[in-house]
Design a protein around this ligand. Sequence first.
Ligand SMILES: NC(=O)c1ccc[n+]([C@@H]2O[C@H](COP(=O)([O-])OP(=O)(O)OC[C@H]3O[C@@H](n4cnc5c(N)ncnc54)[C@H](OP(=O)(O)O)[C@@H]3O)[C@@H](O)[C@H]2O)c1
Length: 408
Amino acid sequence: MDNTINRRDFIKHTTTVTVGMGLGAGALLAACGSGGAGDAAQADGAPATGTGNSAKATLAKRMLGALEVTELGLGCMNIAWAYGPSTGKDASIALVRKAYESGIRFFDTAEIYGPFISEQIVGEALEPYRNEVVLASKIGFDIDFETGEQHGLTSRPEHIRLAVEQMLKRLRTDRIDLLYQQRVDPQVPIEEVAGAMAGLIKEGKIRHYGLSEAGAATIRRAHKEHPVTAVQNEYSFWTRDPEAEVIPACEELGIGFVPWSPLGMGYLTGKVTPEYSFSASDLRTSMHFPRFTAEAMVKNRPLVELLGKVGGRYEASPGQVALAWLLARNPFIVPIPGTRLIPHMQENTAAFKVRLTADDMRELEDGFARIGVFGDRAPAGLKEAHDIGTSLGTTSKGTHGKTPLPKQ
Ligand SMILES: NC(=O)c1ccc[n+]([C@@H]2O[C@H](COP(=O)([O-])OP(=O)(O)OC[C@H]3O[C@@H](n4cnc5c(N)ncnc54)[C@H](OP(=O)(O)O)[C@@H]3O)[C@@H](O)[C@H]2O)c1
């Protein structure tokens, strides 16, 4: 089993790709990439001093289990739907290719994004670069392959196999590098899902597998059946839920962690304010996300101001500090900020140049503890699909997670 890595000393600091967009000169702490709290933050609290040469700045590599990826990826949900209307196929292909040119080698999609639209765009955009990129996608929903009609969750092994065949066509490839189960299926023992993933790995149709919105008990059960490469749960400066159980479990087991919504669904960039014009199709307001009420957007503003204050030392934006904060938390964390727009992607990608010091990290933690967060991370209806132990106030300790135990 090739993806059992428990040591965290495998961070690589080199890659051949350069990133053009720079931060201000004093902010460029570039040449080594960022490796996590241990090395990103300086022991003496003094700002790290890199080469300061943006032309030579490169994205470092990180390991998710045994899978090597760039330290930042591109979330490809929003090119299909979610937060405002898609910019269309041509603009989305241009965005994905520009991300590649900017040094991103890790792309995150799912069959549900559209459905199918994001995978089709990602597949077409990356076809010329297929052997140079890591493609991650997700199964887990019962979607009619012809009509795209959705009927809730399913991770039955026979469905996973059929779904993968369809995905390979959309992604224009013969293998998916990382296939996640997007939501635990309360009807299917996680061992059966892990077993199906192991079978697909053996056949070469996928290279690694992961879980999304899974709790520690489920992760441990799956990992025992076949090593899990990555867990993808919501995590960001204002959403700390995985810190209690999931991230410690990943660290213990040598599993990578991929935070979704690393920019707090855009809020942490500082550009989503009560004056922001949400379109009718924007899930943040149409699905009543508690942190996107006018009241919450005002009350949580001090968090953005704190990120901005720290960013001021590096000529970095609040969103860049939110991403740099994730990179500095642990070396096995790889954020996948999502956007539809090339300038936003470039801003996000340049976040790796911000090397937060130990003092910065302390200030951010103290400030977060003092300010707190107004509103839950998701509406109750959506959280129902999350596993036990993935949200603050729940624990998977003493449980076997949400899925039934396998029949003996
Ligand atoms: N596993 C799961 O269940 C799950 C769930 C959700 C998401 N994901 C994955 O995680 C990825 C990222 O999460 P996310 O998209 O939910 O949230 P996010 O990355 O935290 O934020 C995305 C939002 O921020 C805005 N944004 C991005 N960069 C910006 C910038 N520099 N300046 C201003 N606004 C900016 C985007 O709008 P613009 O388009 O206008 O830039 C978009 O509305 C997704 O694309 C998807 O691949 C997975």
